[in-house]
Design a protein around this ligand. Sequence first.
Ligand SMILES: [Zn+2]
Length: 364
Amino acid sequence: MVIRLEELLEDFLDMTTQSAEHATVPHRLLEDFLGRCVEKLKALAISVMNQWPSLKLRVVDGWIENVRPGYPNDSLHYEGRAVDITTSDRDRSKIGMLARLAVEAGFDWVYYETKAHIHCSVKSESSQGARTGGCFTNEGTVTVESGGRKKLSDVRLGDRVLSYDTGSDKLVYSEVIMFLDRDTTDRKQFLRLGLSGGQVLTVTPQHLVMRNKPNGTDQDVEAVFAAHLNPSDQLLVAESNGTKLVRRTLLSSELVLDTGVIAPLTSVGTIVVDDVVASCYAVIESQSIAHFAFAPLRAIKSVEAGLGAVGRFFASPFSSSPTNATSGLATNAVSDDVNGVHWYPKTLYFLSNHFIPSYLLYDQ
Ligand SMILES: [Zn+2]
């Protein structure tokens, strides 16, 4: 369902194989060749097509497995962290703009390696960092209990928003208890999911979305990575102003670049965004394990009043130390200058890489 990289790139198969049997080159080879840059390269490929509709991104070199003359021994190409690129028309006058797009796409290092191509690379932490990115865009909307809708960028701690109770299979209102991630200026790659009822949900590929288990009954609901959804999957949708829970068929899924990374956590662990039921979690493909992992935080939050400052420290967003936390105590709002990933999910994501079975983790 996710766009295949081959569709975004020019000339790729010609470079990975010397033979004429291009069609038989496995998809995996392509991803291997591009190494750890794949996600950023996809974002860049989309920008290139937006900038020059008749052109594509052309990868000159990706992951080089064997030492090659002319490359320094510590070249990031040997680690799969670098790609050399041009536009498909190989026009040198476009290199400047291409470099700018590469920076925007999130490459950590971009420079003119030769007059004919630019070299882009990612830091070693980047592939790790990408795993924490489960979120919605600024423009996504939620239904609030007091009536009406709110853009996700305007949602604040304490807001009661439409959610879904997995136990009773019912729509409920639930309090936003923290932001797992919040950066209203970040540009990222999202999947835009189109449903048969006209709903459109924009969400990162590694975010969990609720669907009916294939071949199950309406009550058999599971959380799956948006990237793992299949056409004709039945997703859960809120209609009639959040009063009616129905199932709608997934019709389309396309990769887009959009702005804002916002991941509110509600006390029930789910949230209805643009009328589609999604999990608040990402990275771990199990709603129950993810929800369980956050239980300590929810427990602390629920007795927050009794605990006073200690409880509020745990519930306050983006703090890594009690000193920082105190500055956020007075306000219930989140301002744009306190962006970032909450320290708790950060720790959790770190732990998940060590203790959660790998089949449950999002694999790029
Ligand atoms: Zn290079």
